[in-house]
Design a protein around this ligand. Structure first.
Ligand SMILES: CC/C=C\C/C=C\C/C=C\C/C=C\C/C=C\CCCC(=O)SCCNC(=O)CCNC(=O)[C@H](O)C(C)(C)COP(=O)(O)OP(=O)(O)OC[C@H]1O[C@@H](n2cnc3c(N)ncnc32)[C@H](O)[C@@H]1OP(=O)(O)O
Ligand SMILES: Cc1cc2nc3c(=O)[nH]c(=O)nc-3n(C[C@H](O)[C@H](O)[C@H](O)COP(=O)(O)OP(=O)(O)OC[C@H]3O[C@@H](n4cnc5c(N)ncnc54)[C@H](O)[C@@H]3O)c2cc1C
Length: 593
């Protein structure tokens, strides 16, 4: 932290980049403090509360996390059981874990690192429950870091990844905090216990929306790093004869290797631009919300949920493809890819389990579809829902941006309509609203993925048509954008073809185009990954080194394995030799085999 101060890093983005450089493969134990705890104090606290606590957080005098999930509930926030009951006699809230399932479970860095938590609990005052609210809770002594009396805290144990984060459990036993430790920007409890409700109960969920937006950028970062490693390695690795009798080929010259990696390279660029676009939308709408204008809050929630789920699912699948495209060496930690995967795959679950998040977006699409059917105006990003579904594609050999965006709009509009019509049919059959919804959620998930895919394609095309980019770079980026869009159609052809939107000739054009683009991109593939400018220190990869000295690096990496500290391992003396001796004694096996 002091080093960041010395270097004058003030912006959270710069500090985040520094933290990643300082601890490249492990997530920072202060990530949630800086990424969630402090921003939530800023956004959910009153001006007085922010003035009091934010400086303490930013100076790391107060180190915190976000403690919401419990043993029994993570997704269903309204089902959380931790209680915060107001005591007007003492002007305190009494926090309690009334059941086993109410124990806080998973909050990052709660086990050993933090001394404070933002705790989500059901607020009770004057005998009435007012739903979940956030409370600032001191959990450790500020002098000696011992656990505060009335709390049980511990680590939840080993996980698939996220080793740098001490996810923990926390149990409250009638634990008292001052009334003013409730974050009261939107809802309040007065000294007499009166509850002042917020303009919108979901304002309390604001921290999660913010992190979902961050996670879209994380999806880009992790996928692009894996792509850098796999593409560079594919340029160095020679294996098998492409031409009989010729020299062994760079594996990047196999069409199958290109088909694995180049679409992921294109996806990395698409996700970077989508993350930047999402961040701009978040900045605009969250500032409106802070000024009391909640009009676009549903649109922000829907977009953040959908993109977080879509991008993390695609990134995790893509990182696995990158790992497998590196053969055996990809399976070694020396490649750097397993750690990338282990640390990001949790993002399909945390900050909103992806299916649940997609359904939140689907719920929004369902409402927008109905409004569109009534002829009501729709937000710009959703206007495609009123696309004329009788129109067929005009796609030609050039696979123009316009025809590609039209294809994605048609596909999403058609799939949303199918899901909504199933929901409506279910209702007409006499199903209750919640059953009609549940029995249409599979098509809604597919439609929402199409909706997110459209956002990313359209965003990529829009930026290429608006930004001033030199012709050579524009040409290469256009190839990537076209590859991202055409590959997405080829890989999901059924969804684009179900209503005959494309004719057979157009399908042939698309199948030819995707292969042609692989050849177009091949000469620039290494330059396109170098352009991300990830230093070797950040990649921590013997395969993705900038200098390409892969085998030298692997050999040195292997020699440094702790198992090589001794020639004969203790297991020989403890187990192998006694076993062999026992065998030879019992079966007169000649010692000289
Ligand atoms: C280690 C960190 C390293 C680095 C960090 C540094 C910087 C940060 C960078 C990146 C961060 C990266 C990693 C962080 C690592 C780990 C952090 C993980 C933290 C957590 O996991 S915290 C816990 C997260 N939990 C969840 O997300 C729970 C998900 N569940 C929900 O959100 C809700 O329960 C729900 C939305 C699923 C359902 O809510 P509900 O039942 O109350 O609502 P309904 O579905 O009935 O809908 C009612 C109505 O409300 C609208 N709504 C719902 N939510 C919102 C919202 N958030 N905003 C606006 N509106 C919302 C909904 O649309 C409905 O509206 P309608 O009009 O009635 O349709
Ligand atoms: C690495 C990691 C870090 C975390 N860090 C934190 C943290 O710092 N703070 C914190 O508070 N929490 C944290 N969590 C907890 C995380 O937020 C929850 O695990 C997450 O919200 C998912 O909730 P759940 O575990 O209850 O999953 P569940 O919802 O129980 O998921 C189980 C299955 O049920 C399905 N399901 C649930 N509800 C529905 C529905 N309505 N419709 C359809 N299907 C449904 C899901 O799709 C899923 O397939 C972390 C988790 C992980 C993995």
């Amino acid at each position: 932290m002091d080093r960041m101060e010395e270097l004058g890093f003030r912006s959270e983005t710069d500090r985040q980049i520094f933290r990643e450089a300082a601890a490249p493969v492990e997530l920072s134990p202060f990530g949630l403090h800086s990424g969630m705890f402090v921003p939530t104090l800023e956004r959910q606290g009153t001006p007085e509360q922010s003035r009091k606590w934010v400086p303490l957080g930013k100076s790391f005098k107060m180190i915190g996390t976000y403690a919401q999930t419990e043993l029994g509930h993570g997704t269903f926030i309204r089902g959380l059981e931790t209680t915060a009951t107001f005591d007007p006699e003492t002007q305190e809230f009494i926090l309690d874990s009334p059941t086993l399932s109410s124990i806080k479970y998973w909050p990052g860095n709660v086990a050993k690192t933090v001394n404070h938590c933002l705790v989500m609990a059901q607020l009770y005052t004057q005998g009435k429950c007012h739903g979940t609210h956030l409370f600032l809770v001191q959990v450790r002594n500020m002098e000696d870091h011992t656990i505060m009396p009335g709390l049980e805290i511990g680590d939840i144990g080993p996980k698939l990844g996220f080793d740098g984060v001490d996810n923990g459990f926390m149990r409250f036993n009638k634990y008292r905090i001052p009334r003013m430790n409730m974050l009261m920007r939107y809802a309040k409890v007065l000294e007499n216990g009166d509850y002042i409700k917020p303009k919108n109960a979901k304002l309390t969920y604001g921290a999660m929306v913010m992190i979902r937006v961050f996670i879209v950028m994380d999806a880009f970062k992790t996928l692009s790093r894996a792509a850098v490693i796999a593409v560079r390695y594919s340029a160095v690795r020679r294996q098998s004869e492409l031409r009989p009798g010729g020299e062994e080929a760079q594996v990047m010259d196999y069409q199958t290797q290109q088909y694995k990696l180049f679409p992921l390279l294109a996806t990395s660029y698409a996700f970077l631009l989508a993350a930047e676009g999402m961040s701009q939308i978040y900045a605009k709408i969250s500032s409106d919300i802070e000024r009391g204008n909640l009009e676009d809050m549903p649109q922000l929630h829907a977009l953040a949920c959908g993109l977080k789920a879509f991008c993390t699912w695609v990134a995790c699948e893509g990182i696995e493809v990158c790992r497998m495209s590196c053969g055996g060496h990809g399976y070694s930690h020396a490649s750097g890819i397993p750690k990338i995967y282990a640390n990001i795959v949790g993002a399909c679950t945390y900050e909103g389990e992806n299916t649940v998040m997609m359904l939140q977006t689907a719920r929004y699409l369902s409402k927008c579809y109905i409004r569109g059917q009534r002829g009501e105006s729709l937000p710009e990003l959703i206007q495609y829902l009123t696309t004329d579904l009788n129109v067929k594609s005009t796609l030609g050999e050039d696979c123009s941006f316009e025809s590609l965006v039209a294809a994605y709009s048609h596909r999403a509009a058609r799939m949303v309509a199918v899901a909504c019509k199933l929901q409506q049919t279910n209702k007409k059959k006499g199903m209750a609203g919640h059953d009609a919804w549940n029995k249409s959620t599979v098509p809604f998930i597919a439609a929402t993925k199409a909706h997110c895919h459209l956002f990313i394609v359209r965003n990529f095309v829009t930026i290429l048509s608006q930004k001033k980019i030199d012709p050579a770079t524009h040409n290469v980026l256009s190839q990537l954008c076209t590859l991202y869009a055409v590959y997405g159609i080829v890989e999901n052809m059924g969804e684009f073809m179900q209503d005959g939107y494309f004719n057979q000739d157009q399908v042939s054009i698309l199948n030819r185009k995707v292969l042609a683009l692989l050849e177009d991109i091949r000469p620039n593939a290494v330059a396109l990954v170098d352009a991300f400018d990830y230093p070797d220190h950040l990649l921590q990869s013997c395969l993705g080194r900038y200098d390409g000295q892969v085998y030298e690096a692997l050999y040195e990496y292997s020699k440094s394995s702790p198992l090589n500290n001794t020639d004969i391992h203790s297991s020989y003396y403890n187990y192998i030799r006694p076993m062999m001796q026992k065998r030879s004694e019992s079966k007169n096996i000649s010692a000289k085999l």
